[in-house]
Write a protein that binds this ligand. Structure first.
Ligand SMILES: O=P(O)(O)OC[C@H]1O[C@H](O)[C@H](O)[C@@H](O)[C@@H]1O
Length: 521
């Protein structure tokens, strides 16, 4: 019997019990099954986790070595074994005097120097001291990147909108020409700064969009186009090859994973939008969560507890998905961001040693902001046959004092939804109107979506993914599963261009290639 088996046995023995019974039996349940970091509270009392389950989960975390692995990460050990790399995105937001070493070398001075260069550049663009070669002020910034070089900055630009006082920011990610076309269509190349964001500087979508943007700028300003470009990458040889001036290149090391990279140079577009000071407050928030994760006892540790809730729902209850439901419009892109963070990190089928996993790993993560989701898919959450654990996020205060009544309505809806999921309406004269209730949710409540809070939220989820990955014994920091599609796309392109032969392709693919050529005439 493993602890996973014990958890399942405990779940089976208590499956008929209503979560409301847990509240009846324990008036302190909310206090006992919630945790706090400053003005942020994680409530997981509306789940079926009881004292015995929590004990087992905490034992599991210890048995699976979560603490040792966490310490190894912060110590700069090469815990990303399949790529032979350290995992040190936390170093990007290390606001302390502590050295962070990789192979005996303190990486902090390099990180600080890059951050200062970013700040000088961002300040220059914002003040107009750095202009286009013509002397024109940059009014718009276009970040071209995809995956980890896009989702974080896109999410942050919206989350930090109340602090946005710099040039307008735009994002191009999809290789679909519609994306770059539609974004550039509304802009003036003479006053646009293009930031090419790519850790590897080989990603075909980004390189293709970057070349398109280059032609667009060149058509307007000719040889001065170089002065409209900057690059964010860990491949400095390739940025030079692309023709980007070295003083416009902001580098980072291979121990920053793409989906963990928004804290450093990949965040430049955000820093230009909100300024280095506000960006620094975002880093402060991330650092605060790091310190908490490193030092708080497991039973009070927010990322650990959120991870254990995930393990309970996935491995003990067998719920294969979880919904992230921010009642915070400015977290609109959090679910998309988490889809990469969580599913690319923990969507794995083998353990660190290559042996097949015997436990289910990364669940499907999905969601939309409330209240919009309520008018779309909540029907299934309340009355569908699948149980979907819901993760609500909500701020006590909005940023629009004049619209306090709307914020009150927002918060009322958030609390009403978790209450409805819990309590349900089990008896009704019409079965179509029955709400079974007893459906689990967590709520993360914070005072306000400040830059610090936003940093804490992102770091909370990063470490939650870490905790779950450590418990499953997988490498959360590689992503081999994205490679095959890339390779096949490269091989497919000549066939799409009508230059190759579909012999050897499976019947469906050959059929679709035939259809494509028919449709194209
Ligand atoms: O930043 P880049 O090197 O361009 O990579 C962009 C993205 O593409 C890859 O396919 C990976 O799956 C992602 O983890 C990465 O964030």
């Amino acid at each position: 019997m493993t602890l996973f088996d014990d958890l399942r046995a405990h779940r089976a023995a208590t499956a008929d019990r209503h979560i409301l019974d847990l509240f009846r039996a324990d008036p302190d349940r909310f206090a006992r099954f919630s945790a706090r970091l400053d003005d942020m509270v994680l409530d997981f009392s509306k789940t079926s986790i009881d004292e015995a389950a929590l004990d087992l989960l905490l034992r599991l975390a210890r048995e699976r070595g979560v603490e040792a692995r966490r310490d190894a990460m912060f110590a700069g050990e090469r815990i990303n074994q399949t790529e032979g790399r350290a995992v040190l995105h936390t170093a990007l937001r290390n606001r302390s005097d502590r050295a962070v070493t990789v192979d005996g070398q303190d990486v902090t001075p390099g990180i600080r120097a890059t951050l200062e260069r970013m700040a000088a550049f961002a300040t220059g663009i914002r003040s107009g001291a750095i202009t286009a070669p013509s002397g024109a002020r940059f009014t718009d910034v276009v970040n071209i990147g995809i995956g980890g070089s896009d989702l974080g900055p896109v999410m942050a630009a919206l989350a930090l909108a109340p602090w946005h006082d710099g040039p307008r920011t735009h994002f191009v990610s999809n290789v679909d020409g519609a994306h770059v076309h539609d974004v550039l269509k509304g802009l003036d190349p003479r006053t646009t700064l293009v930031i090419v964001a790519s850790k590897t500087f080989t990603t075909i979508e980004t390189m293709t969009n970057a070349r398109t943007a280059r032609h667009w700028v060149e058509a307007a300003v000719g040889a001065a186009a170089g002065g409209h470009f900057a690059a964010l990458s860990s491949a400095l040889d390739r940025t030079a090859e692309f023709g980007i001036e070295p003083d416009r290149v902001f580098g980072f090391e291979d121990w920053v994973g793409g989906r963990y990279s928004m804290w450093g140079p990949i965040g430049l577009s955000v820093m230009i939008a909100v300024g280095p000071e506000v960006f620094g407050r975002f880093l402060d928030g991330g650092f605060e969560m790091d310190e908490h994760f490193r030092t708080a006892p497991l039973a009070e540790n927010l990322p650990v507890l959120l991870g254990l809730v995930g393990i309970w729902h996935n491995n003990a209850c067998g719920y294969p998905t979880r919904a992230v439901l921010p009642y915070d419009q400015r977290l609109l892109r959090l679910p998309a961001y988490l889809q990469q963070l969580d599913m690319e990190s923990n969507g794995k089928r083998v353990a660190l040693d290559g042996s097949p996993l015997t436990e289910a790993s990364g669940p499907v993560v999905w969601g939309e902001p409330g209240t919009n989701g309520q008018h779309a898919f909540y029907q299934l959450i309340h009355q569908g046959t699948a149980v979907i654990p819901c993760e609500f996020l909500v701020a006590a205060e909005g940023h629009e004092p004049d619209l306090r009544h709307q914020h009150d309505l927002l918060v009322a809806n958030c609390l009403a939804q978790s209450e409805a999921l819990l309590v349900g309406r089990p008896t009704a004269d019409n079965p179509h109107r029955v709400f079974p209730g007893n459906r689990p949710s967590t709520t993360l409540m914070y005072r306000q979506l400040t830059p610090e809070t936003f940093g804490r939220i992102v770091a909370l989820y990063e470490h939650r993914v870490f905790v779950e990955g450590a418990i499953w014994g997988i490498n959360s920091f590689d992503q081999w599963g994205v490679e095959l599609g890339k390779e096949l796309a490269t091989q497919m392109l000549p066939l799409i261009e009508g230059k190759g032969d579909a012999a050897g392709k499976d019947g469906s693919t050959a059929g679709l290639l035939g259809t494509l050529s028919d449709l194209r005439g």
